[in-house]
Design a protein around this ligand. Structure first.
Ligand code: C5P
Length: 406
């Protein structure tokens, strides 16, 4: 399963470092070739000699070693791998990664790499639960880093709880899953266009009309599609989110900018309009700040914005093969969304209940119904990332079944 796979293992300074030796062996059993970087902390627990005896290669330890740089610099080391596997990932190593520090060979290789990174955290339960560690874990997840464990149980420090290194067979299985998924790439060769976030419609140079969309769901969908191999273009209104890994992100402000960017990104096989586009804009944007001069408040004349979703559905021979809209509703969710799907001409619509009682709008979770011409499915409430993965899987399945039918 791991035949010809090159894994760069980064061994941090924790007691679980001894298990990394077993892990090297088990990965080799599956056919992987393993190189290893041992941090200074790691070398307090296991020796470079044990590591190099198992890898059959030098054990890399020193950022500034002239011989290492001559033989294999940190950049090459980090790129001549298919996967970087940090095991054990200590709190300190994760903090360095989250903050982009490059203070030793391990953290520098992690910063210099363009390859996927998997971390296997292992530490004392309090260190794991500390808000700083949890913040760093959140950052690493957003950066697209894959996390295995930690598991619950007894720890070397005598405490019990979450923080144990995942069992070696579980790490091996996760590595195999990773390569299986990477090879599957069911959307490879397809182009996906995703809109996300709000739009801002200017009133004058300092004021605008906006809405509460966070952009999270659209960003998560773009990332999930990219993970399945789609070349993904995300056209995003103003948000506080970092551009998702592996996605071409085009930042725009107004609905008309979004429309132009979307049409500029065609042709696409898939279009998913998740953006909360402002329905109206001010008819004529004032060129200088509207003054409060003591008289009657100014009145704004609104005009309708272009409907980007409907425009993509009606793009003639440039219409993406699968166009998906979103419908945020506060009542009669399925009925309104079903009607909206027909009116706009899209293939599927994802309907969600954003009535204030659900707390969905702007939150971490989503609860949606997937509506097509043939069916309406109710999906269980889940994290926006999970909804995104589920939708991306459905899209991949849709194209697979179409290909099978041809
Ligand atoms: O009409 P309504 O805003 O309820 O429709 C929601 C769907 O239409 C979403 O997919 C949204 O991204 C899209 N939309 C759009 N352009 C607009 C308004 C909505 O693409 N001007």
């Amino acid at each position: 399963m791991l035949e010809n796979k090159r894994i760069l293992m980064i061994i941090g300074g924790g007691i679980a470092a001894y298990k990394s030796l077993e892990l090297i062996r088990r990965l080799q059993d599956k056919g992987a070739s393993v190189r290893a970087i041992l941090t200074e902390g790691g070398s307090q627990f296991i020796t470079p000699l044990s590591v190099s005896s198992l890898t059959g290669d030098k054990c890399y330890t020193d950022l500034f070693s002239l011989t290492d740089e001559a033989e294999m610099g940190h950049i090459r080391l980090s790129r001549e791998a298919d996967l970087l596997l940090v095991c054990p990932a200590t709190a300190d190593l994760m903090a360095s990664m989250a903050h982009g520090l490059a203070r030793d060979l391990a953290s520098t290789a992690l910063l210099a790499t363009d390859k996927p990174v998997m971390i296997c955290p292992s530490m004392n339960v309090q260190m794991w639960q500390h808000p700083a560690t949890q913040r760093n874990v959140g950052t690493l997840r957003k950066d697209g880093i894959i996390q295995i464990g930690p598991e619950d149980g007894d720890m070397a420090c005598g405490e019990v709880g979450s923080g144990r290194l995942a069992e070696v067979p579980n790490i091996v299985a996760a590595v195999e899953d990773f390569f299986r998924a990477a090879e599957a790439q069911p959307l490879a060769g397809r182009h996906a266009l995703v809109t996300a976030g709000p739009t801002w419609e200017a009133i004058d140079p300092v004021r605008y009309i906006a809405n509460h969309s966070s952009g999270r769901q659209g960003y998560a969908i773009a990332e999930a599609l990219a993970r399945l191999g789609a070349r993904t273009t995300l056209v995003s209104g103003p948000t506080n989110l970092a551009a998702p890994a592996g996605v071409e992100t085009i930042n725009i402000t107004s609905a008309r900018d979004m429309e132009a960017a979307c049409h500029g990104a065609l042709p696409a096989d898939i279009a998913i309009c998740v953006a909360a586009v402002a329905d109206w804009r001010v008819d004529s944007e004032a060129q200088s700040k509207v003054k409060k001069d003591g008289g009657a408040p100014p009145s704004l004349t609104l005009v309708e914005n272009p409907d980007i979703l409907a425009g993509l559905c009606n793009a003639g021979n440039k219409r993406p093969a699968l166009v998906i809209g979103f419908a945020a509703e506060t009542d009669n969710v399925v009925d309104y969304a079903t009607a909206k799907r027909k009116r706009k001409g899209c293939d599927w619509i994802v309907a969600n209940d954003v009535s204030p009682a659900t707390g969905i709008m702007g939150g971490e979770n989503n609860r949606v119904h997937l509506i097509s011409e043939q069916s309406c499915e109710d999906w269980a409430e889940g994290a926006k990332d999970d909804v995104a993965r589920q939708l991306a899987d459905r899209i991949a399945a849709h194209f697979e079944s179409q290909e099978a039918a041809q």
